[in-house]
Design a protein around this ligand. Structure first.
Ligand SMILES: Cc1ncc(COP(=O)(O)O)c(C=O)c1O
Length: 370
């Protein structure tokens, strides 16, 4: 008998689909039979991690036969110290992705509602669906930013969580300090706000540190080592929130969710803040260069505050394919309902240069196919 396992799965599995990540370089090389490719598709830090983090991982290798510290004590203490919080106000995750999922799983179930912005980070929708709760997307502002007033107006008796990405991926928008403050003050205190700050290091010089808002009982701030810190493969993210709230979330956390190499790398990376901010400055410089080049070609869609730029073209998906044919991986946003946009992560100078060289050729080839 052939079983249809989809029918046996929990009801929410029907509306679920796997997260589609940026295409790995190896996959494009295999598909196209080419020798080299550049990936500008997953908002990583192309400069890699701090040398101190790499050394710490090498040293930690000798102990991989031991289970890691399940409480990530040293890393948690270092983060608490950095943010002037109690260690009980920090929860570590296998990437901030896990943090987002754990909070949603802990507080939203069948019949509950999770509000997020229409073009907010896709994991909010996926994690909500997986938890069995109802998804409540709210329309963006015309600039593709979060409309916090509309999100407040969307709150119902069933609302348990509101997810906000600041800056947002994939639209690159940033909320003003005032708008965020007003939102947090107006939201009923029993509702959780997940404030996802995966790209915080790219804006920390132009916005208030939201840790100051942690007196709001339901505020959960999430951050990551995957972007500015250059440790995407290590999978380290964390939440900062009220200790009692995190105690509940912690019950859903898998034992040993953070492996020992990741703990060692993140701890060493934290100790090399100057290195991170130097690379952030480089990324921002390169972002400006990319934005200017796209603007000159009338292809720039808005200002991005994160480590990527947005390219607008009526045939963005076809342009993405032409770029892939030339070994250049970008991220089409059709899956986000933005079929005219491509998200291009800021790479190293030479990678961005290669992209800017490839772009006019891809555009010419695209024109030839129409
Ligand atoms: C807004 C946002 N939040 C969270 C994440 C998850 O990152 P990670 O799980 O690597 O920490 C990403 C990754 O792209 C992101 O863009």
């Amino acid at each position: 008998m052939t079983m249809d396992w989809m029918n046996q799965a929990v009801p929410q599995a029907q509306g679920l689909y796997p997260y589609v990540p940026g295409k790995p370089i190896e996959q494009l090389l295999r598909e196209k039979g080419i020798a080299e490719a550049t990936k500008l598709a997953s908002n990583e830090n192309a400069y890699g991690p701090s040398p101190k983090a790499m050394l710490a991982m090498q040293q930690a290798i000798a102990e991989v036969h031991r289970y890691p510290d399940g409480d990530s004590h040293a890393l948690k203490a270092a983060l608490a110290d950095k943010h002037q919080l109690d260690a009980a106000q920090i929860l570590l995750g296998n990437g901030s992705n896990e943090v987002l999922e754990l909070v949603i799983r802990c507080f939203a179930g069948l019949g509950d509602e999770v509000i997020y912005s229409q073009h907010g980070f896709i994991v909010y929708a996926l994690a909500t669906q997986a938890s069995g709760a109802n998804r409540a997307p709210v329309q963006d502002t015309p600039e593709l930013g979060h409309d916090l007033d509309a999100m407040l107006a969307a709150v119902t008796e069933q609302t348990k969580i509101v997810c906000i990405a600041n800056p947002n991926n994939p639209t690159g928008t940033l909320l003003s300090n005032d708008a965020l403050q007003r939102f947090l003050d107006a939201l009923p205190p029993h509702i959780i706000t997940i404030l996802d700050e995966a790209y915080d290091e790219f804006v920390c010089d132009i916005k208030q540190d939201s840790v100051q808002h942690l007196h709001h009982p339901g505020l959960v701030i999430s951050r990551t080592f995957s972007k500015a810190y250059g440790l995407a493969a290590c999978r380290v993210g964390y939440a900062m929130a009220n200790a009692n709230l995190l105690e509940a979330v912690n019950r859903f956390r898998e034992p040993f969710n953070l492996n020992s190499l990741a703990q060692a790398a993140a701890l060493a990376a934290l100790d090399d803040g100057a290195w991170v901010m130097e690379k952030v400055a480089l990324v921002k410089q390169e972002r400006t260069r990319l934005e200017l080049a796209l603007a000159q070609r009338h292809l720039l869609a808005g200002k991005s505050f994160a480590n990527f730029v947005l390219l607008q073209h009526p045939k963005a998906l076809e342009l993405h394919q032409q770029l892939e044919n030339m070994g250049m991986i970008t991220r089409p946003l059709a899956g986000y309902g933005l079929p005219e946009l491509l998200r291009v992560s800021v790479g190293k100078h030479e990678e961005n240069e290669a992209f800017l060289q490839a772009l006019p050729i891809a555009l010419t080839r695209l024109k030839a196919t129409v």
